[in-house]
Design a protein around this ligand. Structure first.
Ligand SMILES: *Cc1c(COP(=O)(O)O)cnc(C)c1O
Length: 391
């Protein structure tokens, strides 16, 4: 295992975490309940502009939403193929069948045109999905209003996977707001962290109350332990919430840093042949968090593929990663239906995520960019001399 000097997206502490953890310890709420958890939920709700329940992971948040919808065997749940498995694992937990949809090349997020066609066919067959899960990939919000409009026509709820989009905005709102529900992640590699954690948010307070109950073993509100259904132990720890309070206070600065890192990489590498950067769509008042800086390397024009660059960075102690491998290419989902898929496949083949942690110094960003640039120029020149010899 390579020892990296520069990680892809390590935690970036705000400074106040220790004091808030200390306060949580002093209160003796060393438990998945307590004043820091209440405070974190209140502050996160204010930030996204809708009620929320804080839970142990983003995956758990998605699971609670699907469970609330009573998704089960025989049901389909549709999801973006270009995503992380946490987006779709809960579909399997519920015994339902995932169906995948390709991305729009302009945004890399779920293609509303494909969704429209697929919904029309599904309605004709009488097999509409129980939910649609678009993903705000790398912090780029999906076209939520368009997706909502299509799904509303068939009364299909939209569960937005905004795990990577804490801090992103769509039409002036927090990413995910406007969906039936949205899930966020505070895993250690995300833009802010609680070490591990997540939240489910919705404009429907009844949904959040039901999810909160399911997350606490579906316990009935009576003094003894009474259960009319079986739930989960999914609540966030009060100690983790203390970290979350410190982190949430600096979210705007973190987004600004991630966006500045993206611009620095683009300035350093954007002129190279065959190199392009992830687009940012503006639906009016939109802002991508740029959780990770992602570029595409077209091997025909660049003279090498993304793997050559990734390995060169790895040899220099720098952790870079391919773009998420699409779900329809995952062995575990072999046989799952997929509408389209070529866009996500190309993004996986050519996409490289560069180190994007907000604590990175300008010098480190420049060093990573210089290593990538050196590799790309060397390979391009080698390619040209081969062409010259051949010609
Ligand atoms: C991180 C992530 C999740 C899962 O979040 P966890 O908190 O790690 O469970 C889900 N979907 C996407 C797209 C993610 O990036």
């Amino acid at each position: 295992m390579t020892q990296f000097e520069v990680f892809l997206s390590p935690p970036h502490l705000a400074g106040n975490e220790g004091a808030l953890i200390e306060a949580a310890l002093t209160s003796n709420y060393v438990a998945p309940a307590g004043p820091m958890l209440d405070r974190f939920e209140r502050e996160f709700s204010d930030y996204v502009g809708m009620p929320c329940v804080a839970v142990s992971s983003g995956t758990a948040a998605l699971h609670l939403a699907l469970r609330h919808l009573e998704v089960g065997p025989g049901d389909e749940v549709w999801a973006a193929s270009l995503t992380f498995i946490g987006s779709v694992a809960p579909v399997i937990y519920q015994g339902a069948r995932p169906v995948f949809l390709d991305s729009d090349p302009a945004s890399w997020t779920l293609d509303p045109g494909l969704l429209e066609e697929a919904l029309r066919d599904a309605a004709r067959r009488g097999q509409l999905p129980k939910a649609v899960i678009p993903t705000d990939i790398y912090g780029q919000s999906c076209d939520l209003d368009a997706i909502r409009r299509l799904c509303d026509a068939y009364e299909v709820p939209v569960l937005c996977d905004s795990a990577e989009a804490v801090g992103s905005r769509y039409k002036g709102r927090a990413a995910g707001k406007g969906a039936w529900a949205a899930a966020y992640s505070f895993n250690g590699n995300k833009i802010i962290t609680t070490s591990g954690g997540g939240a489910l948010a919705s404009e429907d307070p009844a949904l959040i109350a039901a999810a909160r109950k399911l997350a606490t073993q579906a316990r009935e509100p009576v003094p003894h332990y009474e259960h009319r259904s079986v739930g989960y132990n999914y609540r966030l720890s009060n100690i983790s919430a203390a970290i979350g309070c410190a982190q949430l206070a600096v979210i705007e600065a973190r987004v600004a840093l991630r966006r500045a890192i993206f611009e620095r990489y683009r300035a350093a590498l954007g002129d190279l042949p065959g190199v392009t950067f992830m687009p940012e769509l503006d639906h009016g008042g939109s802002r991508a968090s740029r959780w990770l800086t992602v570029l595409l390397i077209d091997p025909e024009r660049a003279g090498c593929d993304r793997e050559t660059v990734r390995l060169a960075l790895e040899a220099a102690g720098i952790e870079a990663r391919p773009v998420w491998k699409p779900m329809h290419l995952q062995p575990v989902f072999a046989g799952a239906r997929c509408h389209g898929g070529a866009v996500a496949e190309r993004l996986f083949a050519n996409g490289l995520c560069l180190p994007s942690g907000s604590a990175m110094s300008d010098e480190t960003v420049e060093r990573v960019a210089a290593e990538a640039r050196y590799c790309l120029l060397r390979e391009e020149q080698a390619g040209q001399s081969v062409t010259r010899r051949a010609g």
